[in-house]
Design a protein around this ligand. Structure first.
Ligand code: PXL
Length: 291
């Protein structure tokens, strides 16, 4: 783990030293002090993919890999000021949003993206954590839909989030397509629904999992099914964060959207295959895994 971490960092910083234009990605997300998800995981993902990372904190969260104890949303003004200060030095080449905690924070971010003419964000519509805690207040769900998703280059819901956003019970592939259409109609350029969770009709969380996990990408032209082997991990912590951060990293490096999504999926699969725990908690990713 450490060997590949240091070689990625050496390449990143030797590019900096040679004054090559270093790609910069910005994450706007919550803090996971355990480092498995949120801003901390996003920065590891950026570093592993050799992209310099900016990180704007939207909420301070007391949590470990098993449970969320408390979420304290940041004041909207300090979120705006973090973004403005960073952009004054260097506008990022790509950005992603994660847990946004409150409707006022969502508003502040949408306003900043507009007024500072930032790149269209990858929006990870984080609403409830895998452990069941709310990471966005109820009013924020609507603001996310009405103000942020319309700005997005890509929205990356998992199955439960796609159901919440679309209002469609996703019980199989055709409902998954209908949900993708509905979410894209909210104004995003593209959507990818991550198929890692069990379908609702199969009994929700208690359903038997199929051997493959199919993600569905839709950009308004065609549906693309991205198939991958299901990797045992039992609901790992921080996979969604790593996926959306990896898409942003590849976009920052100038890769097209569909290829960025494919590479991000491969990145998460690698990280999950080398997953580990700290003892009794949920599986954590090795963001610096090589194979
Ligand atoms: O995976 C959703 C998520 C996003 N952001 C933060 C989190 C979590 C899940 O726990 O803690 C900060």
């Amino acid at each position: 783990m450490t060997g590949t971490l240091s070689s990625a960092c050496v390449r990143l910083f030797s590019n900096l030293a040679k004054r090559k234009k270093v790609p910069v990605a910005m994450t706007i997300a919550g803090s996971d002090p355990g480092g498995g998800a949120g801003v901390q995981a996003d920065l590891k993902t950026f570093a592993a993919l050799e992209v310099y990372g900016f990180s704007v904190i939207t909420a301070v969260i007391a949590q470990n890999s098993r449970r969320v104890v408390r979420v304290v949303p940041a004041e909207p003004a300090i979120v705006t000021e973090q973004i403005e200060t960073l952009v004054a030095e260097r506008p990022p080449d790509a950005l992603k949003t994660g847990a946004l905690a409150s409707t006022a924070v969502v508003e502040a971010i949408a306003a900043a993206i507009g007024s500072l003419h930032l790149s269209a964000p990858v929006v990870d519509p984080v609403i409830v954590s895998t452990s069941g805690a709310r990471l966005l207040d109820h009013a924020g769900e609507r603001t996310l839909r009405d103000r942020l998703i319309p700005l997005a280059i890509l929205v990356t819901p998992n199955l439960p989030e796609a159901e919440l956003l679309s209002g469609i019970a996703i019980d199989g592939p055709s409902a998954m397509r209908a949900a993708a259409r509905t979410i894209r109609r909210m104004g995003a350029r593209a959507v990818v629904i991550k198929g890692g969770h069990p379908f609702a009709s199969a009994g929700g969380a208690h359903a038997a999992l199929s051997a493959t996990a199919i993600d569905l990408f839709y950009d308004g032209r065609s549906f693309i099914e991205l198939t991958g082997d299901r990797i045992p991990g039992g609901g790992a912590h921080g996979t969604g964060c790593a996926f959306s951060a990896a898409v942003a990293a590849w976009l920052a490096r100038g890769v097209g959207l569909e290829m960025a999504v494919r590479r991000a999926k491969a990145f998460v699969a690698r990280a999950l295959r080398q997953g580990f725990t700290l003892g009794t908690g949920r599986t954590l990713l090795d963001h610096f895994a090589r194979k």
